[in-house]
Design a protein around this ligand. Sequence first.
Ligand code: FBP
Length: 547
Amino acid sequence: MTKSALQIARAAYQPKLPKALKGAVKAVEGAATQSVADQEEIKKLFPNTYGMPLIKFETGEAVSLPSINVGVILSGGQAPGGHNVISGLFDGIKSLNADSKLYGFILGPGGLVDHNYMELTGEIIDEYRNTGGFDIIGSGRTKLETTEQFDKGYEILKELGISALVIIGGDDSNTNACVLAEYYAAKQYGVQVIGCPKTIDGDLKNEMIETSFGFDTACKVYSEVIGNIQRDCNSARKYWHFIKLMGRSASHIALECALQVQPNVCIISEEVEEKDMSLDEVVNYIAQIVAKRAADGNNFGTVLIPEGLVEFIPAMKRLIAELNDFLAHNAEEFSHIKKSHQREYIISKLSPANAEVYASLPEGVARQLTLDRDPHGNVQVSLIETEKLLSEMVATKLASMKAEGKYDGKFAAQHHFFGYEGRCAAPSNYDADYCYSLGYTASMLIADGKTGYMSSVRNTTAPAEEWIAGGVPITMMMNMERRHGEMKPVIQKALVRLDGAPFKTFAAKRDQWASITDYVYPGPIQYFGPTEVCDQPTKTLLLEQGK
Ligand code: FBP
């Protein structure tokens, strides 16, 4: 593999570890835990893995342990640092016994079910240290849900002598990891299951999990590029840039980027939902800012839009639900309607309120809502070009304001969608260190015989030496939620809290950022240099911890 000079230098980077993990460790058990809600139901569903204590690792005495074989799976969307979780896990199990082996299941959870795997040797691991991506073994979105899958997986685990499986994934994958841990414990298969918190979306976090890995790097990459756009925008002074940012549900990415770059507008889906805003109100909010800036002679600006916005606008949510339902039952009839008549046809079939919302949408977006459906028959919201939807509707609104003499400016829009650009970036020092520590911690949880735990590394706004490594029972993070019409135990998704410090800080500043041009240009991630430049966590995390 040909490598750039940076890649070569980066390969030699030794991630920092918490002090407690630097030699032999002992596990200190904390208090027994409870699930965040619905305790009785969850206890009943997880008789073997409910109520377990929190674990914290401290410096201990060296003990000799038999070698173990461990399996690892990367699940869901890529996030910077996944390779470091795996290298931390590898180094951890080797430190316990040099004969231990690590197997990677290929292309996500499907690899376990299909018996598709490879042994991860030291040579392979060394190729991937501190690199972005999940390409060492690939990732996938197969859900591990059924007992048939669990038993199929057990066949290969048994064959390879694997006694512990580490699943690196988001809230759904870790929920499934917990169900798997419970199943294997109930069956007494002798296979431990440990989870690791991954997702750039940043929505897998709670009291014990400070952040999901990848969020830090992805936000820094997006903020760099948005900063570059802001410089361009402030140089030419002729465009409004509508920038959609990944985050399928929560708006953490948009909020963190806003805190980093100080854009003119940033929409936060959770606030839109809380205030029960209509699409028209969102459009009007942006149009007013455009008009105000135009009055000051500034016909340019930036608007950050979270990817999941459409589903948080209550009226759009209702429209999408009716459309899903209608098209599921009338797909055949709809397929015979001529393209040019589809819009009218849909309008005639919807309830009056939803028909009105649908009729107000620009042609392209209206079409996307009826065409792009996933295998379950749902609209794929990530394919909806919200950035175009909003800019087109803002343009229309401005035209009518102009006609009424309420606006006298020029409006030209550019559109961007940042998501894939950041998901496989080389991890920042924060993510490189955090991920390595998460993987190393997972190996210690395995050595301690734990199952149904998520690897946890806390106090990460302090220097790495002072980080706290341990384990959290996954059942502790669960509540019951309705999924596909049934109540299921799931890890609570962490949405942006409107009473939290990151949002409040943004809300206190946004009017100022809207009117005066006060852009910040964060520049690229730095890997080598002073610690205040290279090792900063996200603003979200700093604010959440009162720093
Ligand atoms: P995970 O929750 O699996 O980490 O994935 C998050 C994400 O990156 C979202 O931000 C985005 O909406 C989605 O993945 C895109 O999925 P895909 O990679 O399947 O296109």
